[in-house]
Design a protein around this ligand. Structure first.
Ligand code: KG4
Ligand code: ZN
Length: 329
């Protein structure tokens, strides 16, 4: 079995995955949403301090599997440096104590493997990765063969939801809150413009739209609950239209047999439906992670690490690479 650890942002999570049949033997996650909600976003130092308490508590519960462990896998990048260090340090300590190899797993690769928790992989595939730190379309042919086809020029999809929620004092994380508000809003009330609409660039941009929303909110004196719902719906419509416009261009260029949405924001049902419609049009099969594996978790890191284990993709305990701004691969 492999013990995996995830601490790249504000979720402390540990999983135990059986190598032979990919079965998830143990999985627990402690989220810090409540602690960060009063700040409208993640406070890195606070997150690190909370990992120090949460990770050993979860590890204690996984003790019965220690005698079966063949390796330890830990998220090493990208993410917040102060929180990544907490998981890496724990991973190193376990690897030394049990004299087993250590693996460093890229967090974004983990999101891709969230599709295949307790399942076999389906490659090659195209993937839209939408999280708090990233908005990308990837071409995935294998564990070591992942290419970025398009990326954001500024803010990410998830972060834009977080900021729009913060502008209206709705709490954190903003994604699920704004999605819920949008369900009761009029998506045609506010006319925001679609980013990079007339540009042929295969790239994403969310900061201009965020600013349009900010200016609209400022122009509304005494903002009402209904105004907030209408802002949420109008924003969600346009940001999704932007993602779809660029993704459609990639569909035209690449004949995807499978296309996936991964990352925390892949739990958004509005986005799922729009991508499903695009896939139907191109006769592409849409792959989605189970809802419980969309947001950061250690099960996806454990699933990715099985692939790494088979090719002995181990790292030296004293030299775990850590680049908080790393891309994929
Ligand atoms: O992958 P994730 O758990 O953490 C990162 O790797 O960043 O993604 C968290 C992000 C947050 O920005 C959160 O607001 C966003 O995903 N998110 C959503 C939804 N659920 C989570 N964004 C839009 N709609 C959602 N339903
Ligand atoms: Zn993530």
């Amino acid at each position: 079995m492999i013990l995996s650890i995830e601490s790249s942002c504000d979720d402390s999570s540990i999983a135990i995955t059986r190598i032979s049949d990919k079965k998830l033997m143990f999985h627990k996650k402690i989220s810090q949403e409540l602690e960060h909600s009063q700040y409208g976003g993640v406070v890195p130092e606070l997150a690190a301090r909370l990992h120090v308490e949460a990770l050993p508590r979860i590890l204690e519960e996984a003790k019965e599997y220690f005698c079966n462990l063949k390796a330890v896998a830990v998220t090493n990048e990208p993410g917040l440096s102060v929180t990544l260090v907490e998981g890496i340090t724990m991973g190193k300590a376990i690897a030394i104590a049990l004299d087993i190899p250590l693996m460093a797993i890229n967090h974004l690769k983990g999101h891709i493997y969230s599709l295949f928790v307790e399942k076999d992989v389906k490659f090659p595939l195209g993937a839209l990765l939408v999280s708090g730190g990233h908005t990308q379309v990837l071409s995935v042919k294998g564990y070591k063969d992942i290419k970025v086809l398009a990326s954001t020029l500024d803010d990410s999809f998830g972060e834009s939801y977080d900021k729009v929620a913060k502008m209206m004092d709705l709490g954190y994380p903003g994604g699920p809150i704004v999605e819920k508000m949008a369900r009761e809003g009029d998506e045609n009330r506010f006319k925001f413009t679609v980013p990079l609409k007339h540009s042929s660039r295969l790239a994403f941009s969310c900061s201009g739209l965020k600013n349009q929303v900010r200016l609209k909110i400022l122009s509304l004196k005494d903002i009402t609950e209904q105004d907030k719902k209408d802002i949420s719906a109008s924003f969600q419509k346009i940001i999704t239209e932007h993602i779809l416009q660029k993704t459609r261009k990639l569909f035209k260029k690449h004949k995807f047999k499978y296309f996936a949405i991964v990352g925390g924001a892949s739990s958004n049902l509005y986005l799922r439906q729009k991508v499903q419609d695009l896939c139907d049009e191109y006769e592409t099969k849409l792959l989605l992670s189970d809802m419980e594996y969309c947001l950061d978790n250690a099960a996806m890191i454990g699933r990715a690490s099985i692939e790494g284990y088979h090719i002995k993709d181990f790292v030296k305990i004293g030299a775990v690479p850590m680049n908080p701004r790393a891309s994929i691969n």
